[in-house]
Design a protein around this ligand. Structure first.
Ligand code: GDP
Ligand code: IMO
Ligand code: MG
Length: 424
């Protein structure tokens, strides 16, 4: 049995909560892309965690956790996160780190500042872009290199030489030392050295055995490097197609694909966001939804649901069911708008525009639906939802042509409506 958790918007859809719910029954949870740019919120036995690197399965003894080769891993961040969780759980989760996952080094964060990624795109400044660039340029350090300190030092020295040639005027780059970097890296990685393995056969064997394997995606379809709103995207593949490549196992094996989406839209960082609303309503959504980044604390822009963008995400992720989160946030509104098409100059389009420049010129064409006044936080029964809320959900399902399996009505695991979904 295989399940994938796939973000359908610009990230922060509530993937952490949904992964945590499903991981209860999982034999293995594989985080397959991104790095500590992700922030997946989990409420485990009443305590709140913002998880950046560990697969959320780490909260359960039954789930073996894999950090797959599609990830970029910052070892000091992983260590801090692991220690925090061990302190909470009082036992040590079993993890596997793919030997071909790349490692984020301090110079990646430095390069992000020197190259202006933070200000130009609004990145999370966690070194993600430069680490994936090194991977593509074939000058990256991989987790497997940590098992061979001499090889590690040699590769670091080569990379640092290159950096010194490219940035002769940077005092921070000039002061880099391969030996010191290797020493710090190995110290941070020390508890995990036994966990660095070839993850591909481990995942493949679990699939062959018919284990319950859960694949945890980070970010969302609209942040995909190729099919998102480039250049305002992250540097990894965030969709179902990316999953196969990130784990080295073909995707047709993923039989349950959960498209996780918020009941409205948010985006953090820069880039086009046609349905963004500002002013009183924007503030209302931001406050009611507590829309502040888990990783950076930045306020997230908020807006109405964008069906054009969601249909693009459906095409990319091919979900078999939807998990719609944060429905409770919309309580109290007189009307709820939904965008079914864009106006681009003289032209009306229902097709998402891959070009960020063109998307930025699109005006949303809205339809108005009735809102509802009742608070629904914590509702667990679909029939108890106000009629207008049910109409809204049914409309989304009908437009996207996908059944809804989960509706989330609050951040805690209990605050969930299960609609005939049998996987947790
Ligand atoms: P992720 O990156 O996709 O895992 O999402 P984040 O954790 O970054 O952001 C989702 C935020 O919404 C977190 O603060 C969650 O605790 C919270 N959340 C998740 N589901 C719900 C819900 O149904 N209602 C409300 N009010 N909050 C939710
Ligand atoms: P989760 O997994 C929301 C955004 C950043 C920026 C762009 C590029 O929690 O949904 P990067 O640091 O990746 O180079 O930044 O992508 N971004 C996210 N936004 N949720 C995330 O992850 C994100 N990961 C990256 O804000 O706009
Ligand atoms: Mg997040």
């Amino acid at each position: 049995m295989t399940t994938a958790i796939l973000g359908m918007q610009w990230g922060d859809e509530g993937k952490g909560k949904i992964t945590h719910l499903l991981a209860r029954e999982a034999d293995m949870v594989v985080r397959y892309n991104g790095g500590p740019n992700a922030g997946h919120t989990v409420i485990d036995r009443g305590e709140k965690f913002g998880i950046h690197l560990l697969p959320v399965g780490a909260f359960y003894r039954n789930a073996r956790c894999v950090l797959a080769s599609g990830m970029v891993i910052d070892l000091p961040v992983l260590r801090e996160e692991y220690d925090l969780i061990v302190d909470h759980l009082k036992w040590e989760p079993e993890i596997v780190i793919a030997e071909n996952a790349h490692v984020i080094l301090p110079y990646h964060k430095l390069l992000e500042e020197l190259e202006g990624g933070g200000s130009r795109i609004g990145t999370t400044r966690r070194g993600i872009g430069p680490a994936y660039s090194d991977k593509a340029a074939r000058v990256g350090i991989r987790a497997g290199d940590l098992l061979h300190p001499d090889r590690l030092c040699k590769k670091l020295a080569q990379k640092i030489n290159l950096l010194k040639q490219t940035w002769p005027d940077s005092p921070e780059i000039s002061s880099l030392s391969a030996d010191l970097l290797a020493k710090d890296l190995l110290a941070a990685a020390e508890p995990f050295l036994g966990s660095i393995k070839n993850a591909m056969p481990i995942i493949a064997q679990a699939l062959k055995r018919g284990d319950n394997v859960l694949f945890e995606g980070a970010q969302g379809a609209l942040l995909d490097l190729d099919f998102g709103t480039y250049p305002f995207v992250t540097s990894s593949s965030t969709t179902l197609a990316g999953l196969g490549n990130a784990i080295g196992v073909p995707c047709p094996q993923i039989d349950c694909r959960i498209g996780v989406m918020k009941a409205y839209a948010t985006r953090v960082g820069q880039g086009p966001f046609p349905t963004r609303v500002t002013g009183k309503l924007g503030n209302f959504l931001q406050q009611a939804g507590n829309e502040f980044g888990v990783t950076t604390g930045r306020p997230r822009g908020c807006g109405w649901l964008d069906l054009v963008a969601l249909k693009h995400a459906v095409a990319l992720n091919d979900p078999t069911i939807l998990a719609i989160t944060k429905l409770d946030v919309l309580s109290g509104l007189d009307e709820i708008k939904i965008c079914g098409a864009y106006q681009l100059g003289e032209r009306e389009t229902k097709t998402f525009l891959i070009s960020a420049e063109e998307l930025a010129l699109c005006e949303p064409i809205y339809e108005s639906l009735a809102g509802w006044k009742q608070a629904i936080r914590g509702t667990t029964d679909y029939e108890s939802l106000p009629r207008a809320a049910r109409t809204y959900l049914e409309r989304i399902s009908q437009e996207l042509q996908i059944p809804i399996g989960i509706v989330s009505t609050g951040p805690s695991p209990e605050e969930t409506i299960n609609i005939g979904f049998d996987r947790y």
